[in-house]
Structures are given as structure tokens and as C-alpha cells.
Design a protein around this ligand. Sequence first.
Ligand code: ASP
Length: 332
Amino acid sequence: MSTTETTTVQTNGTVHALPADHVSNGFFGQHILSVKQFDRDKLDYIYRVADEMRSLVKRFGKANLLDGKILAKLFYEPSTRTSSSFQAAMLRLGGRAISIDSVHYSSVTKGESLPDTVRTLESYCDLTVLRHPQVGAAAEAARYARKPLINAGDGTGEHPTQALLDIYTIEDDLKRLDGLKVAMMGDLKYGRTVHSLTRLLSLYETEFCFISPEILRMPDYILDEVRASGHTFTEMDDVEGIIGDIDVLYMTRVQKERFEDPAQYDQVKGCYAVDTELMSRAKADMALMHPLPRVGEISMEVDDDPRAAYFRQMENGMYIRMALLAAVLGKA
Ligand code: ASP
């Protein structure tokens, strides 16, 4: 299709005529709510754009691709990496960001509904990034949004942009995505990052090991999806028996804020910790990952181990979010 041809695209209910090159990536004007929206081709597209973003940042520090665009960041839950990397991504592409990182000081405290808050922000901005404690909140907000909305974590549901950066990091470190044995260890029940990551890794040939205490097992609905995608998995409560066989060990924090009963949290807090002794029994090229923040799951003495991928994950998060912002705003 030549760049002078036009095509139509439905953007949240409105049909626009657009030059074909603006829509060819399939992301333009779309909400990003779940990793279920991605297939291998779409992932590959985002990863190659992220590669470009990385080299652009390394060489020039910034570009003016999103000059004049404004991002609204609406965070109803705490965040360090997701919030600041979205902001940095926008700034590095020449755009700007308005942040409501503490809804405490906004009209939310006066009782304003989520749809009204989103409608307000999108009157000033070109897209919204939303983090919310309720599962499905991003999808609900998107029903009212006229401009693209990106899910930055909806309670125990999903964290799509984290899973995108996780897989990008795995590909970067291990140079392949098929044929990997991936262990996820910790709070698999409440950890939204492992829900999204499991769904995305199901697009590849992956052997899954889910390691958790009984009360923090991976939810059945995710396990059913893994089975339905034709994959096998094992569940266990200890990494000891498999530490020498796995290609990726993905740790998660026990999500204190999600427990209704503090006594239950006390039972499982600190249940797993990776130290240099455990790492000495792992594969020479195993990637040790964590979405962060860590609260004792990985000892700081492991940080200098070249297999510790969690700081690379953080940095890659900015390139992935730059790629996604550019794609959704039709500039990739
Ligand atoms: N930062 C990740 C999240 O927002 C992981 C965590 O909080 O433990 O889900």
C-alpha cells in the first residue's frame, strides 16, 4: 500500500479517513487494555520499534516525534517505574505529561467517578495512562474514553506494558523466545505481572513452572488458558529441584496490599529469597527477573551477577513505552 493511499479506521466509535502509513501498525488510536490484544507479529513490531527508540536515546537522548502531544497519567495506586518511565518516554519523544499521581489531591476525593475523571483529562490530553486497584477498571474507563487509554495495572488483573517489557528483556538476554523453561516464583495469585506474562508467553513454545505457597497459587482461570493454548505446566512450592534446568526465574513480591487478612500475609511474607548460593546452582545464562519493587525476594549481593536482569527490565520499560506511545499516536 503506498503512503498516498487513504484508508478508514474506527477509533473508539468514530470512523476517520487516514493515510495508510498511519494505520499500518494496527495500534493507531487503539486502547491497550490487555495482553490478549497482542499476537507474535504485533509483539515483534513493538520490539523492533523499541530497538529504534533505544538507539535513538543512546545517540541523541530525544526526538520530536510526539511534539505537541500531551499524555495524562492517572494513578490511583502507587508506582515508581511505570509512572516515571511513561513520563520519561513522553518527554524523550518531545511530548509532555500531566500527572495525577496522587488522586488524593484531585476531585476523586470529592467523589468524582472514574469515567468523569477520564473524560476530564482527555479534554486536555491526547491519551491517558491509568492505574487502578480494581480488576477491569481500565476496560470500564475505556468504554467512556474518546481517546486511547493504556492500562498501567488494574488491581490483580493485568499489567500489559510490564509483560511487554519483560518479554523484550528475555529476548534481549537469551536471544530467543521459543523453547524456554520459565519459572515464576512468589505471589502468583495477586501478582498481575505474572498473569500478563503467562498469557504473552503462551504465544511462544514455553514450559511453565509455577512456584508458590498453596494460598498464592496461579489462579485457575490463567491455568485454564495455559492448557487451552496447548502448553504444559508444573506447580510446586520450591525451586530447589529445578534451579539448574530453568532459563528464566521470574520473582514476584508478596502483594501485602491485596490481603484481606493480615495474618495470612504474615504466614507467607518472605517465603522465597534468591541469594548467591542459589544462583551458583542456576544455569550460566539464566535470566533472573523481577518487576520490582523487591522487598527481600532477591538479596542485594546478587545485583552484580550478570544474570540479574531486573535493572535492564527497568530501562527497557522506557523504550517499550516510547514504542507504544508512538504506535498508539500513529507516529511509529
Ligand atoms: N510494580 C509491579 C506492579 O505494579 C509489581 C509490584 O507492585 O509488585 O504490579
